[in-house]
Design a protein around this ligand. Structure first.
Ligand SMILES: C[S@@+](CC[C@H](N)C(=O)[O-])C[C@H]1O[C@@H](n2cnc3c(N)ncnc32)[C@H](O)[C@@H]1O
Length: 381
């Protein structure tokens, strides 16, 4: 048994990006096959507690303390550093140990493991808080929402499980404007979840497409570009290509936007006509997956009306394979459903939407194959 486990650990440490997910699924199935029904129900039924305990660990700085320590720390030492009561901390650490988030070395002594270290990454801190405070409540509301709506595939973005969860009639992005803390977690998560090397900029022939472009014409319009990280990356990579670089988003994002030299920050609601005409690139990253098909078509129509035959609409999204979708993408799909009545889509689904508004998918450039991330080059039909 130990030899088999060692072999699996060895395999896991060497697995590349595309091999890891099948391995994780296989190991999940091994766990499922090991668990008695009551063990499985307690694990699945109490997943909220895993995230709650982890968020508490983050709030207390527990994971950072354990990772930074050169040797194991006692509960007493951790209590002094975090100012939490020792008895409480001991119970929390016992639970975190039981789910593998930290290692118990001996009685009342704990040390970091790889999971502890993972929880100290910026993306984990912001992402876990975003999930816990803004996403998980709608998971809780989803069963009764679907029961109430007769198990129809949600299409109404004004009435989703998210609205039930937060008892509001506001669209989530409007609600964000009034909940700065939730918005800060979301923005930080968005900004840190992607690695710069996993970017459309590494696969798309920007320079070739822009040959002969002149400074009087808009070059790159990032629609729903949040606070402007991608505009900054574009400008940094292509400072020499002439033309305006424009960030567009709602007021709460533009108010907090980066002040990148050469980037114009513009308030624009993408459900209104696109004010920047004849740009070379209109770019939308992870925006359309927040909207149901009928709203996506409105955004596409507004963008299309601003495009000429020289313009390229770049849609940076995931395209789901037809079968065998990995956990995180399937998870995102149901999350999009619960919050926005929207979906993650296959290339076939995307192409159909483009065709319905008089656009055509010219080519899909995949830049992060294991997680299906790609940029679609879309032009006037
Ligand atoms: C999922 S985020 C993606 C942000 C960014 N494109 C990225 O990939 O990091 C969606 C963005 O759309 C913006 N947004 C939502 N509704 C909008 C609207 N009606 N008009 C313009 N921007 C909007 C949000 O503020 C948010 O920044």
């Amino acid at each position: 048994m130990n030899a088999a486990l060692e072999q699996i650990k060895q395999l896991a440490s060497q697995a590349g990006d595309s091999a890891r997910q099948p391995l994780i699924l296989a190991l999940r199935k091994v766990i499922n096959s090991l668990e008695a029904p009551e063990e499985m129900l307690q694990r699945v039924g109490s997943q909220h507690l895993d995230s709650a305990a982890t968020v508490i660990g983050i709030d207390l700085g527990l994971f950072v303390l354990l990772v930074e320590a050169e040797s194991p720390l006692t509960v007493d030492e951790l209590a002094q550093k975090t100012k939490a009561e020792e008895a409480l901390l001991g119970r929390l650490l016992r639970y975190l140990t039981s789910i593998g988030m930290v290692d118990e070395v001996s009685r009342d002594q704990f040390k970091a493991n790889l999971a502890t270290k993972n929880m100290t990454a910026k993306v984990s801190e912001a992402g876990l808080r975003h999930y816990f405070y803004t996403v998980c409540p709608e998971f809780q509301a989803l069963p009764s929402f679907l029961k109430k709506t007769g198990y129809r595939n949600p299409q109404d973005e004004n009435h989703t499980a998210w609205h039930d969860a937060f008892n509001t009639d506001k669209h989530p992005f409007a609600w964000f404007g009034e909940h700065p803390e939730n918005m800060a977690y979301f923005n930080e998560y968005m900004a840190s979840r992607r690695l710069p090397e996993k970017s459309w900029l590494n696969v798309y022939p920007v320079e070739g497409e822009c040959a002969g472009w002149t400074a009087d014409k808009p070059l790159y319009v990032n629609i729903g570009g949040n606070i402007g990280h991608q505009c900054a990356e574009f400008k940094e990579k292509y400072p020499h290509i002439p033309g305006r670089v424009i960030l567009q988003d709602l007021p709460y994002s533009i108010d907090n936007a980066l002040l990148t030299p050469g980037v114009e920050n513009l308030v624009h609601n993408f459900f209104e006509p696109q004010p920047i005409k004849d740009a070379k690139f209109y770019f939308l990253r992870r925006v359309l997956h927040n909207h149901p098909d009928h709203r996506v078509k409105q955004i596409l129509e507004h963008t299309k009306s601003a495009m000429t035959s020289e313009s390229v609409l770049l849609i940076d999204e995931v395209t789901l394979p037809e079968t065998g979708v990995r956990f995180d993408a399937a998870n995102d799909d149901l999350t999009m459903m619960a919050v926005f009545a929207s979906a993650e889509r296959s290339e076939r689904h995307w192409s159909g939407l483009f065709a319905e508004v008089g656009l055509r998918l010219v080519k899909t450039y995949i830049y992060n194959a294991p997680v299906y991330e790609c940029v679609m080059d879309v032009r006037l039909a």
